[in-house]
Ligand binder design. Structure first.
Ligand code: MG
Length: 165
C-alpha cells in the first residue's frame, strides 16, 4: 500500500446538493461535447441534426453551465474567487501569445519528420529506406525531399499567419 493520506468514503447525502452537482456534471459534459464537435467540424458548420451552427449550439451549452453555476453560487454559497478568475485570464493571454511560435516548424523538425515518414513507408514495402541515417543516396531523391520540406514549412507558416493576423 502506498504511503500518504487517504480520505474516508463519506458521500454527499443532501438531495438538493446532489441534484445541483449532478446537473452541473451533466451540463459541463454537454458543453464539452459541443466544444469537441466545434473542433471536429468547425464553429460555423451547421449541425445536420439541429439545423443550427455549432457555435450557436455551444453558446446554448455555455448558458446552461452559467445558469447551473449561478444556482450553485446562490443556493450553496460556493463563490468563484475574482482574483483566481483574473489570474486565469492573464494565463490564457500569455498562453495564446505562444501559439504562433509553436506553429512555425523548424527545418530540423521537418527534415526529421520527412525521414521518419520515408522509413515507415519503406518498412511497409519491405525495402530499406534510401533516407536512413546515412542520408540520401541519389541527387533526384534529395531534391524531391528538400522540396517536400519547403512545402510543409510554407503550409504551416501560411496557416499560422491566417489564424493570427
Ligand atoms: Mg445543456
Amino acid at each position: 500500500m502506498t504511503e500518504g493520506k487517504i480520505s474516508p468514503w463519506v458521500p454527499e447525502q443532501d438531495p438538493f446538493r446532489l441534484a445541483m452537482l449532478s446537473k452541473l456534471i451533466e451540463e459541463c459534459n454537454e458543453l464539452a461535447g459541443r466544444a469537441a464537435r466545434c473542433i471536429s467540424h468547425g464553429l460555423e458548420q451547421v449541425d445536420p441534426d439541429k439545423n443550427r451552427p455549432n457555435a450557436d449550439l455551444m453558446a446554448d451549452e455555455m448558458a446552461d453551465v452559467i445558469a447551473c453555476m449561478t444556482m450553485i453560487e446562490v443556493r450553496l454559497g460556493i463563490t468563484p474567487d475574482d482574483d483566481r478568475i483574473e489570474k486565469k485570464f492573464e494565463g490564457y493571454k500569455r498562453w495564446h501569445a505562444l501559439i504562433p511560435d509553436a506553429l512555425v516548424i523548424s527545418e530540423e523538425t521537418a527534415e526529421a519528420a520527412a525521414r521518419e515518414h520515408d522509413r515507415e513507408e519503406a518498412a511497409q514495402m519491405g525495402e530499406t529506406s534510401p533516407w536512413s541515417d546515412f542520408g540520401p543516396q541519389d541527387t533526384d531523391a534529395a531534391e524531391w525531399r528538400g522540396g517536400r520540406i519547403i512545402v510543409m514549412q510554407v503550409a504551416l507558416r501560411a496557416a499560422a499567419l491566417r489564424g493570427f493576423r
